[in-house]
Write a protein that binds this ligand. Structure first.
Ligand SMILES: Cc1cc2nc3c(=O)[nH]c(=O)nc-3n(C[C@H](O)[C@H](O)[C@H](O)COP(=O)(O)OP(=O)(O)OC[C@H]3O[C@@H](n4cnc5c(N)ncnc54)[C@H](O)[C@@H]3O)c2cc1C
Length: 523
């Protein structure tokens, strides 16, 4: 059995910051991940910007950032959580600066750019498209230096351990051997990221099937606003692009006025040649063109930079232009294909500003948490959310652990169900297609009901993994969680008969004042 004061499940920006903060507060920490530490989730993939009111480019204050965040959230932000994100953001970003992250600088100060939805230049970044990798590398290096943090990769948590209603750790499986690994902890932090793998078109890694939501739900915690999935309008569709962030086109489109064209090579967004549309507006604009038969061959739109000279492109893209060339992409000669893809989840585990869930001794942090971004997230807010919420969760979990003794009783893992006679990998693909088609950016009662009917259920318990690497067990594990979480998203979307932010109902296109309220799911 593994044991620590604080168990952190997931080692993205939220998990690593939580581990650092908990160790700093005197706790022994176990930081685990189903993948390699610090390389498994969204943080390491994010290549663009981090929104934070450091006011280095022009005067700013966290209250201005908060006002923009609340506006973007269309009336559904939890204002206390949004405030935490905006108020604590500068300290975390400056701390990472001291740790050598290398935020881009201009004339000696941190460079900040203007992103859609922000009222001023607020987003810091690491050149060129290196923001997430730099966040991840900086935190990894920090974590490695702290002896109180023990790191274990290749451990997938399949169940939280609940004793007398409180979380006393977790049950994990060591993927290469199939061994069961019980983990006892006085406090546990879910930092498992989001759910965008539920969709056929996503910008996610395979680890983002919503494990944390399913774990929390089964443990008795509450989920909030699960219907709000953000689709990124211009995710890369074609030609094949290897080793790069599928949403990388956004800052370049913004900077260079990249033109979004339909199959008739006509612009269709009312933008006057510049990228001004919010994410949801651009997403629906593209989908409407596709529905009208004017989409690009892969079901999106064309993005063209052909109005820019090679010199202009080279200056804007820097070394990225050579990475594109290595992928056979020459922007002076041809447009690329882009389209909406699932990118981020605004909903998630319900927490208070101490990152406590409704289950004693269970905390959550990062994208796993719902509420800070309401019905729509501002660009750059997600990494800020990960590090600020991670830091807060680590501090509070350590403080709680210091007051508790380790419990002697530990519940047994439930891994004795018979193996279902299904092909779980094929079922995952079917579920992803269903979610994309009916629970995507445009929804209707008919489609949502159909999706719920077709989704299928999974037994409550998992079978035991076979000795050695057992990919079928991994798929069963993922399918169980993905189905459970997909059901939450679809049910919440069906109940919300209005359109708001990232949730757009074709049969209820108006925003309803009566619906300015949260939906909470508990098992
Ligand atoms: C391609 C891409 C680009 C993005 N660009 C930006 C950007 O420019 N700016 C911005 O602000 N945001 C961006 N985002 C969003 C942002 O990166 C994420 O919201 C944020 O990094 C989430 O951090 P996290 O620590 O909560 O989760 P993650 O970084 O996703 O980490 C979660 C970790 O949990 C692990 N895990 C999951 N389930 C289990 C389990 N059962 N057991 C053990 N471990 C588990 C995973 O392996 C993973 O390592 C982007 C996202 C993507 C996908």
């Amino acid at each position: 059995m593994l044991q620590a004061d604080v168990l952190v499940v997931g080692s993205g920006g939220a998990g690593m910051y939580a581990a650092i903060a908990a160790a700093r507060a005197g706790a022994s920490v176990l930081l685990i991940d189903r993948s390699l530490i610090g390389r498994g989730g969204a943080t390491v993939m994010a290549q663009m910007t981090v929104a934070v009111a450091v006011g280095e480019e022009e005067p700013d204050h966290w209250e201005h950032h908060l006002a923009d965040t609340l506006r973007a959230g269309r009336g559904l932000c939890d204002p206390a959580l949004s405030q935490l994100l905006c108020e604590d953001g500068p300290a975390c970003i400056r701390e990472m600066d001291e740790w050598g992250i290398g935020w881009a600088r201009r004339d000696g100060h941190m460079a900040q750019v203007h992103a859609p939805g922000h009222d001023r230049k607020r987003c810091v970044y690491v050149d060129f498209l290196n923001t997430g990798p730099a966040v991840s590398k900086t935190l990894r290096a920090r974590v490695q230096r702290i002896t109180e943090i023990r790191r274990v990769g290749d451990l997938v948590v399949h169940e939280l351990a609940i004793q007398d209603g409180a979380c006393v750790g977790a049950h994990a499986v060591h993927l290469p051997t199939g061994n069961s690994v019980p983990i006892a902890a006085k406090a546990t932090i879910i930092a498992t990221g989001g759910l965008t793998r539920l969709y056929a078109r996503n910008s996610a890694s395979v680890n983002m099937g919503g494990d944390g939501y399913a774990l929390a739900l089964r443990a008795g915690a509450e989920l909030i606003d699960m219907e709000f999935v953000q689709f990124f309008p211009i995710g890369h569709l074609a030609p094949r692009l290897v080793g790069m962030d599928p949403i990388m086109w956004d800052p370049f489109r913004y900077k260079l006025g990249g033109r979004l064209l339909n199959s008739e090579m006509r612009e269709f967004l009312p933008e006057e040649g510049r990228y001004l549309s919010a994410r949801d507006v651009a997403t629906y604009g593209i989908l409407k063109e596709v529905a009208a038969g004017r989409g690009s061959p892969h079901g999106g739109a064309w993005l063209s930079f052909q109005h820019c000279s090679e010199a202009v492109l080279r200056e804007a893209f820097g070394p990225v232009i050579d990475r594109l060339a290595a992928n056979g992409i020459d922007l002076t000669r041809e447009p690329i294909e882009v389209g909406p893809m699932a990118h981020y989840h605004m909903g998630g585990v319900r927490v208070d500003t101490d990152m406590r869930t409704s289950v004693p001794q269970l905390f959550a942090a990062g994208e796993a948490v719902g509420g800070a971004n309401g019905a729509n997230r501002l660009s750059g807010n997600a990494i800020t959310e990960a590090v600020t919420f991670g830091r807060r969760a680590g501090e509070r979990a350590a403080a709680l652990a210091a007051r508790l003794a380790m419990r002697s009783a530990f519940p047994a893992a439930r891994l004795s169900a018979p193996r279902p006679q299904i092909n779980p990998a094929a079922e995952i693909v079917r579920l992803q297609a269903l979610m994309n088609e009916h629970v995507g950016p445009l929804r209707s009662k008919r489609g949502l009901e159909l999706a719920l009917r077709e989704m299928g259920d999974m037994p409550a318990d998992l079978p035991a993994p076979r000795a050695g690497l057992d990919p079928e067990w991994m798929d069963l594990h993922d399918l169980r969680n993905m189905r459970q979480v997909a059901g939450c998203v679809a049910r919440a979307a069906l109940a919300r008969d209005e359109s708001r932010g990232a949730h757009q109902r074709e049969d209820f296109p108006e925003t309803s004042e009566a619906w300015q309220r949260h939906q909470v799911i508990r098992q």
